[in-house]
Design a protein around this ligand. Structure first.
Ligand code: FE2
Ligand code: FE2
Length: 359
């Protein structure tokens, strides 16, 4: 295992950038007399059995956030929602896309997501030449300067810590509504909860690769506090707009991972294309990653396909009658209409109501 750690105290900005980590003004802002540390310490698992450090100063060992716990009786705890898997073809067919806003609600959702992306780019210190063509922010992936591995990890972790919230809020609120109105839910709750579970698996996978500093943890805490409450009240008022918002957020996620794959393919992320780099064991288990298909690129392909599913699901749910319509993604179709069963990954802009429910 090779351990790399970036901290404005541990190495100079130049050294840190050489190691492929984030050096933004935010990292170096002192808070209460010590380095604020939007610090990322990245684990690059290699064939070496002994830990080594690239840092020029002493480094405490990287903490495992969730080491597997040995108990007297339990052998292992498999995922409650096993991953359904994808073929390679399905994963390669995923493309960044954008659903044009059609209603005022769509427009509000889209602008909110744009605002979030702007804030994210600002907070993570993205340079102007690291930006894509902002006329096509969710589909253009070409830039003149790549992100470093450290910048990617900061982006992934922040994005995933946010992305796991809406499915849980929506699932919880629909669950409570079903209880208090004494009505069935028609299959939405499980899909929504599974989505938040899947997002948390993305987050936990990246957490096996790095350790955020205190400033980043604080940002995640603050963002969750704001986002959870905003989503809770918004979902009570307009679940349709909330699903549209999540659909747009997932467009961003597909875009982010597509750009990352592009930079891996262009050889711009050498730490992740290094032959010795191994993806975390939990990712291999969760996605059933086959032997010989366990590179960072393979992992990002799986995660991007998950995001494409969330994108298609939420854009579709945003088109349905929230109170009456069944969840088309888990429904059996009547004889002669089996072919109309939707596949969320293939429908980047979501299905219109007529296509999956009928008139
Ligand atoms: Fe995700
Ligand atoms: Fe997602």
């Amino acid at each position: 295992m090779l351990s790399i750690r970036a901290n404005s105290k541990l190495c100079s900005p130049r050294q840190a950038s050489q190691l492929g980590r984030v050096v933004s003004p935010l990292i170096q802002t002192p808070i209460h007399g010590h380095s604020a540390g939007w610090r990322i310490a990245s684990i690059y698992q290699t064939q070496h059995s002994q830990p080594r450090s690239f840092s020029t100063s002493s480094v405490r060992p990287l903490r495992d956030f969730f080491p597997s716990k040995e108990t007297e009786l339990i052998r292992r705890t498999p995922p409650a929602w096993p991953h359904h898997g994808y073929t390679e073809q399905e994963m390669l067919e995923v493309q960044p896309a954008h659903r044009e806003p059609k209603t005022i609600g769509d427009w509000v959702a889209w602008k909110l997501v744009r605002l979030c992306r702007w804030g994210m780019d600002l907070a993570t210190g993205l340079e102007s030449d690291q930006q894509v063509d902002m006329k096509h922010p969710t589909t253009a992936t070409k830039t003149s300067k790549p992100l470093t591995e450290g910048q990617w990890l900061v982006r992934f972790i922040f994005l995933e810590s946010i992305a796991g919230v809406p499915g849980m809020v929506a699932g919880m609120l629909r669950h409570l509504r079903s209880l208090r109105r004494l009505k069935r839910d028609n299959g939405w709750i499980e899909t929504l909860l599974e989505e938040s579970y899947n997002e948390r698996m993305h987050l936990l996978t990246f957490m096996k690769m790095c350790e955020p500093g205190p400033f980043m943890k604080f940002m995640i805490l603050g963002a969750q506090g704001v986002f959870f409450n905003a989503m809770f009240f918004s979902y009570l008022i307009s679940p349709r707009i909330c699903h549209r918002f999540v659909g747009y957020l997932e467009e961003e996620a597909v875009h982010t991972y597509t750009r990352c794959i592009r930079e891996i393919d262009e050889g711009k992320l050498p730490k992740w294309t290094d032959e010795g780099f191994l993806v975390p064991e939990m990712a291999v288990t969760y996605w059933h990653m086959s032997e010989g298909k366990r590179t960072m690129r393979d992992l990002v392909l799986y995660i991007r396909a998950d995001e494409a599913v969330h994108r298609g699901v939420n854009h579709t749910l945003g088109n349905l009658n929230q109170k009456e319509d069944p969840n088309p993604f888990v429904s059996d179709y009547k004889t002669g209409h089996e072919g109309q069963k939707p596949n969320a990954a293939l429908k980047s802009t979501g299905y219109e109501r007529d296509e999956v429910i009928g008139h």
